[in-house]
Design a protein around this ligand. Structure first.
Ligand SMILES: O=C(O)CCC(=O)C(=O)O
Length: 242
């Protein structure tokens, strides 16, 4: 399924007690605002505050290095179920990156931005474009609170370089790209559901139009035969063997 469609939803991947623990830890982490964090104002995605000093300028988008923040995040990022899933996909031993998509994602009402169409490979530098992320929903996720949208099968599509802009966002203004996006779907997620997706699957997400912060935990994995390129950000932190 992941191989064919580029993403797959696994309902109730986390047991209810994990969802409770993770939500408690997530709220404490957001309140503490310990570094490393990324603010909406730093990223400047559409709808973000214009600067750190503008209204909402302190709104957090990502609490990075989730793995190192709390033992409960570490535990649920390398459970036997996750290891089995990833080893099943990569057919070899698996490593978790501690760079970038190893984070607690928050999407706030009002100042939380939308994310334009992209492939996550824009964040990564590896020998092969073969990485898989897991997105763990800590609460309900749906189009109204800024859930993800995916284009099924898009991880297999080849695009000209100019199909993407300088920041490697997919150019939705082009007619050929707009055709590709017509098949996009946004799966509704319940607390504890997981989405597994390939680093080349086109995805985006809307703004949070509700009055409650949305929390999601995101980790990325790769096979041990696919190392990060030396000297890049992807190689900047020791990885975690599952
Ligand atoms: O929640 C979002 O806005 C999208 C997250 C995402 O796709 C990303 O950070 O790469």
């Amino acid at each position: 399924m992941l191989r064919d469609r580029g993403y797959v939803v696994v309902p109730q991947f986390l047991p209810p007690h994990a969802v409770t623990q993770l939500n408690q830890a997530a709220r404490l982490q957001l309140a503490a605002r310990a570094d490393p964090i990324e603010l909406e104002a730093d990223l400047q995605y559409p709808g973000a505050p214009s600067s750190r000093t503008a209204a909402g300028g302190e709104t957090v988008r990502r609490l990075l290095d989730a793995y190192g923040r709390d033992p409960v995040f570490a535990e649920w990022g390398r459970t036997p179920e996750l290891r089995a899933w990833m080893e099943g996909y990569f057919a070899e031993n698996v490593l978790m990156s501690r760079v970038h998509h190893n984070c607690l994602m928050t999407k706030h009402p009002h100042y939380g931005s939308l994310t334009n169409w992209h492939r996550d490979i824009r964040y990564w530098s590896f020998a092969r474009e073969e990485l898989v992320s897991v997105w763990l929903a800590l609460g309900a996720e749906h189009a109204e609170n800024g859930a993800l949208w995916f284009v099924p099968g898009s991880h297999r599509l080849e695009f000209e370089a100019d199909g993407f802009d300088a920041a490697k966002f997919f150019r939705a203004d082009r007619a050929d790209n707009a055709d590709v996006l017509r098949t996009a779907e946004s799966p509704r997620l319940a607390p504890g559901d997981a989405v597994f997706f390939h680093c080349n699957t086109l995805h985006s997400a809307g703004k949070n139009l509700t009055d409650r912060v949305k929390f999601s935990l995101v980790y990325t994995y790769h096979g041990c035969s696919n190392p990060p390129k030396p000297g890049t950000r992807s190689a900047s932190k020791a990885e975690v063997a599952l």
